[in-house]
Design a protein around this ligand. Structure first.
Ligand SMILES: C[S@@+](CC[C@H](N)C(=O)[O-])C[C@H]1O[C@@H](n2cnc3c(N)ncnc32)[C@H](O)[C@@H]1O
Length: 253
């Protein structure tokens, strides 16, 4: 259910999840999924305040190019090619690409959806110039945020954080279905373990991250990603850079 943020006295009775994200009150059009799950994957949990400060320079600046071999410049170009003026981003991290991309409008409608309240608060502050809509929800569960559908949905570097094989984590595409307009674009990038050239350093880091539970992509393959996308969407295209698949697809009419 989409709702305006309640007055301070009302929020006291809300769930723990609501309380955690109460700092988003001042950040614009704020909404909340009233079925926010308590389930937390480590993939979402590592983005504490300190982790978020490290993320832009460490993960997007260094790891993307040196380890995964897909530069942030390349990923930004993917955003640029696919973002619309009515965009929902899922698994927002720090909002790095959302901050740098040029939207087709100076007043885009921008939705931010994440399980982690820190990521939402950090990103909403960074993008306050767009008065983002904020949704805290677990994308592995059916989403009931009651938002008007979007023309584009980005989920960058999210799939490889989710646990389980591609066939089960692809449920995110089903969960996002009601939030994407017919003909709308879904796009993003994900680091794969199989079917791509895996640089030695990527193999090592991926092993450690999977063991720690930060990544859940030990079984993710290019063929698996393609098959999950093609079974749900039209015009699937995937470009591989290093071990990262940059994908895009169109929602069926
Ligand atoms: C690696 S970051 C990606 C950040 C950003 N999209 C980028 O490209 O830099 C993964 C994000 O997904 C979020 N996340 C992880 N599991 C999630 C889940 N089950 N539901 C919603 N968000 C989740 C994390 O909190 C984090 O913000």
């Amino acid at each position: 259910m989409r709702m305006k943020w309640p007055a301070a006295s009302d929020s006291a009775s809300n769930s723990d999840a609501c309380a955690r994200s109460s700092r988003t009150l001042r950040l614009g059009r704020v909404s909340e999924n009233d079925q926010v799950t308590k389930q937390r994957t480590l993939g979402a949990g590592v983005y504490g305040r300190i982790g978020l400060h490290f993320y832009d320079a460490g993960v997007l600046g260094i790891s993307s190019m040196l380890i995964w071999r897909c530069s942030s410049t390349r990923t930004l170009a993917h955003y640029q090619a696919n973002v619309s003026a009515n965009h929902l981003d899922v698994g927002v991290g720090t909002g790095y690409f959302l901050d740098r991309v040029t939207y087709p409008s100076t007043t885009p409608r921008l939705g931010l959806l994440d399980l982690n309240g820190n990521s939402l608060t950090h990103t909403a502050r960074r993008l306050i110039r767009y008065s983002p809509e904020i949704y805290q929800a677990d994308i592995l569960q059916p989403i009931a945020v009651g938002a008007e559908p979007f023309d584009s949905i980005g989920l960058n570097y999210l799939l490889h954080c989710l646990p389980g094989p591609m066939a089960s984590k692809a449920v995110v595409f089903d969960n996002l279905g009601p939030l994407l307009k017919p003909g709308g674009t879904i796009f993003g990038g994900t680091a794969l373990r199989h079917g791509v050239r895996l640089p030695l350093q990527a193999r090592a880091f991926m092993g450690v991250y999977n063991a720690m539970g930060i990544f859940g992509n030990s079984n993710d393959s290019l063929a698996g990603l393609r098959s999950e996308l093609e079974s749900r969407f039209d015009d699937v295209s995937i470009e591989v850079h290093g071990c990262v698949a940059l994908f895009r697809a169109r929602a069926r009419p």
